[in-house]
Write a protein that binds this ligand. Structure first.
Ligand code: SIN
Length: 188
């Protein structure tokens, strides 16, 4: 699948006619909400895990030297914590552009911290998109992040902002915190 997902996402009609839709964010969408929203609530999705396995050509790297950003990978029993936003459908034009490097909108069950749940959307970069990089050890990922930068800034900022945002949410993410630890060690 092409890495430019704007046209595919525009055809997604599952929530047509809805006045508002819940969007689940698990990466930069947790800490950088550069879009209007009606409400924001800590939430999680079940059977998915966050991984720095997606290449970034347009934000934290370039097409020749992609950075590494997160996507979600199916894993039975896993819980991925993040932030859910209630948005109006007009906001998708901005989000589709921001997430255009391989991310598709997917309908998903979102569980709020308070215990209620809702059907909403998440942006996911699946292994069949051409920017997907796949698995590597946390140490290799840290080295990759350390040398990468793109139009949105250093790749290390993406990792550090995400790790801080997860701490603020009171959530431990072994994969993210392990990469953060390796990255800090590279500077010593
Ligand atoms: C997300 O944050 O939900 C998607 C991945 C990203 O934009 O970092």
């Amino acid at each position: 699948m092409t890495a430019d997902t704007i046209a595919i996402n525009q055809q997604m009609d599952q929530f047509d006619g809805h006045h508002s839709v819940w969007l689940f964010g698990y990466g930069s969408l947790i800490y950088k909400a550069d879009f209007p929203y009606l409400e924001r609530r800590p939430a999680s999705i079940a059977n998915w895990t966050r991984r720095f396995w997606q290449g970034s050509h347009d934000h934290r790297g370039t097409p020749d030297a992609p950075g590494r950003v997160v996507t979600i990978i199916e894993e039975a029993g896993a819980i991925c914590h993040g932030m859910a936003y209630l948005i109006t459908p007009e906001v998708f034009a901005h989000l589709d552009h921001r997430e255009k490097n391989g991310y598709l909108r997917l309908a998903i069950a979102i569980a709020f911290e308070e215990g209620d749940s809702v059907e909403g959307l998440v942006y996911i970069a699946t292994p069949d998109n051409t920017a997907f990089l796949g698995a590597a050890s946390e140490q290799e990922i840290a080295r990759h992040i350390a040398r990468s930068a793109g139009p949105s800034g250093p790749n290390s900022d993406y990792l550090n902002h995400l790790a801080s945002a997860l701490r603020e949410l009171g959530r431990h993410d072994q994969h993210v915190f392990e990469i953060e630890r390796h990255l800090a060690a590279l500077k010593d």
